[in-house]
Design a protein around this ligand. Sequence first.
Ligand code: PMP
Length: 430
Amino acid sequence: GGLTENESRLVERRAKTLGPAYRLFYKHPVHLVRGEGVWLYDPQGRAYLDCYNNVASVGHCHPRVVAATAAQAATFASHTRYLHETVLDYAEALLATFPAELGHVMFTCTGSEANDLALRIARAATGGTGIIVTETAYHGVTQAVSGFSPSLGEGVPLGEHVRTVPAPDPLRLPGDLGTAFAAGVQAAIDDLTRHGVKPAVLIVDTVFSSDGVFADPPGFLAPAVEAIRKAGGLFIADEVQPGFGRTGSHMWGFQRHRIVPDMVSLGKPMGNGYPVAGLVLRPEVIADFGAKARYFNTFGGNAVAAATAMAVLDVIRDEGLQQNAATVGAAFRAGLADLATRHAALGPTRGAGLFVGQEIVANGDPMAAEAAEAARIVNDLREEGVLISATGPRANVLKIRPPLPFSLDNLAFFLDRLDKVLARTSVKSK
Ligand code: PMP
């Protein structure tokens, strides 16, 4: 459908006020005014099934989270330079979800800030400057962090001392995935060393979202972590995407790999939409930084952020959302496998829990990426009232990442609409 007059006006206002760097989702942008659970609503009251927004991870506008935000905002709403319990209660509750080695948490407002802080700490701890990331990684927006976010494209140059490694794509890396991925990391370490640069960090999103969603086999990250540590560098797990129970089997994506990172960055789902993020770390890595530097982030860990984030943790536990992610996530992959028997555009399905990556390919050939068809599916699903997106270096991987209360009924709705949209394909059938 074309844009309504009002939608065109909003598009114009955006361009005029926000400038040229912003991008909207979908050929026909969605105008949203309300959210509840897994549903989003436009001004006419049309419902969209949200299969993409992992910020509102416990459900849009969750009443218990909203109440916690409001109550704290009405009581005490200041920062971390006073004695106050809310941030400490939350820090203790959050740290209890991590392995014992990870003993501190520092608060920021965004995932980008958490990764930026992680880099500063790592450079102080190691004396190194080298940074290793995957080829299509995204870690955030600051000057330093955008320099190790190659998914931003050629318009955003890599920073100094940044090296990229091939993503752990089982279709494209030969042999044992853990060995092959670690070989790429070792090659990057060797290249840095050859140029006189000491490695500081290997940082990865533990489900490799922007690289195309690579979750399996569990454990494949361990050899790469060993390689960076042997080279004197630290391993940072970016849990902005997979964290807070989304992968189903675990609270944190790195736990699927049976490793304990040196630092873990958190964001997006942490406050269910309230801006709260953070960095969890081993106390020994911050000893040098802490001795020299002072850290104060005005809004990071403010009392309202802490109360909101505490409510999110409570809801994940009390509503069994991690378990739901495991159960519905497994049904999700089974449902896609079933559709794949009838639709040649569906290549391999990947992911963990409610983080699903679905390759769109030509003629059932897993190596024949179909970006245009993936874009068509994303846009046609939007017309059918279902919101997803596409990702990966070839832009052909459907990225499906619904709020965690997503039910089997919601899944049936999604599969029905996807079936319908796939039936309109012009891509050759098997
Ligand atoms: N890391 C990852 C893996 C992300 O996906 C994002 C956000 N898309 C960030 C970091 C940056 O988070 P923020 O936008 O809160 O700065």
